[in-house]
Design a protein around this ligand. Structure first.
Ligand code: SF4
Ligand code: SF4
Length: 388
């Protein structure tokens, strides 16, 4: 277990109020930095190396794709049978309602799935865009070489866009800063290992943020860790000792799309870890601080076990490790409707979880709407009853 940091006391209510409203803080910080002349780079996917953007002196911002209200606007241009994440992301562009997107000097996109790839072409009509071509055979060294060339090309785009030179030293400094940030996020995720639980899955999910390298948010995350330590010292339990422990895998969630986590915890379960990109996937591995820094950045990101990879056996390895480390009782696999890669991969994940891990498995295919809440509750309750 990672050491829990100590921070001055802050009431739990104040802390969670901060996390609930942290987007306005992030927008304020972004505007401040932009006014001071700093470049802003928006991106959508965990494969985007924030380290490289930081090394260019710019601010990496993970753009929103979790607002159900923007979906109908996206559907005026895009087909309706796309995954809600693509539509929600694009909906922000149609409505012009996201200051983080509007103020970005450059968007970095990636060819992880066909829907996103083509959506980015439409988006690039109004935004400066750099697309990273992601090679998809993680076992092949030649695939990594191509990805490394793609990361080198992004470096050149950043240098030209922001009229700067990304030196080796700048890369090393950025890697150190991002590793510190990744370790902090990982420490929060690892709080889920406690049995009995000291934090819920929903509380952990609320600590997420979008602007990398934002000191104020780092301090709040330290406060979260201190709060967890206090709870531990006081013998606080976030859930009964026998609450079924759920490993959530599949598509990422975000603020506004935590429906499944809410349902699992309302029904008496506990999401002890989220394997998805919105959970531990992006921070489980650090960037090596040895060797060539650009290659180290490329390698760490190439290792992310996303379903766009083929075969994606690293996801199974990660699931096995997490199931054991977090003492999971069952795996729930979240698939956003029309996400073909996660949807088809669920066949393999189902068999792996049942046959290799010996755990219960349930797949949930849904979208951002609340229309199936009751139906999902019944399914989740049935699974939890089986576990008790
Ligand atoms: S699940 Fe795949 S496509 Fe989605 S954010 Fe993660 S790495 Fe990117
Ligand atoms: S959830 Fe699936 S379909 Fe949607 S953007 Fe991510 S990888 Fe693409």
């Amino acid at each position: 277990m990672t050491d829990i940091a100590t921070q001055p006391e802050q009431s739990e209510k104040a802390l969670f109020d901060y996390f609930k409203g942290s987007i306005s803080d992030e927008i304020g910080y972004m505007r401040e930095q932009k006014a001071a002349g700093r470049g802003i780079v928006g991106f959508y996917c965990e494969f985007t190396p924030r380290d490289l953007i930081l090394a260019a002196g710019a601010m990496p911002i993970c753009l929103c794709g979790t607002n159900k209200n923007t979906i109908s606007h996206a559907e005026t241009l895009l087909p309706a049978n796309l995954c809600p994440m693509i539509k929600a992301s694009f909906g922000y562009a149609v409505t012009g309602g996201c200051p983080l997107l509007n103020d970005s000097d450059l968007l970095v996109a990636e060819t992880t799935c066909d829907g996103k790839k083509k959506m980015y072409e439409v988006l690039s009509r109004d935004h400066k865009m750099h697309v990273l071509e992601l090679t998809q055979k993680p076992q092949q060294e030649v695939a990594f070489k191509h990805w490394l060339a793609e990361v080198e090309e992004l470096k050149q785009t950043l240098e030209q866009t922001f009229d700067t030179t990304i030196t080796e030293q700048k890369l090393r400094d950025a890697i150190k800063a991002m590793n510190a940030e990744r370790r902090q996020i990982l420490a929060i995720q690892q709080l889920g290992k406690h049995k009995p639980a000291i934090v819920s899955g929903l509380e952990i999910a609320q600590t997420r943020y979008r602007v990398a390298g934002f000191e104020r948010h780092h301090k709040q995350m330290e406060s979260f860790l201190s709060m967890a330590q206090r709870r531990l010292d006081e013998g606080y339990q976030a859930a009964p000792t026998n609450a079924p422990r759920i490993l959530l895998t599949g598509c990422p969630t975000g603020q506004g799309t935590e429906k499944l986590i809410e349902i699992i915890e309302e029904c008496g379960g506990l999401v002890v870890v989220q394997e998805a990109c919105s959970g531990i996937k992006g921070v489980y591995e650090m960037v090596s601080e040895q060797g060539d820094p650009l290659e180290a950045i490329a390698r760490k990101h190439f290792n992310i076990p996303c379903s766009c990879m083929t075969p994606n056996s690293k996801r199974e390895t990660l699931l096995a490790t997490l199931a054991s480390e977090y003492q999971a009782d069952a795996v729930i696999d979240l698939v956003w409707q029309a996400c073909h890669t996660y949807n088809v991969e669920s066949v393999l994940i189902h068999d792996f979880v049942r046959d290799e891990l010996g755990l219960q498995y349930m797949k949930v295919e849904t979208d951002y709407s609340d229309s199936d809440r009751e139906q999902l509750k019944v399914r989740v309750q049935t699974l939890l009853e089986l576990l008790q």
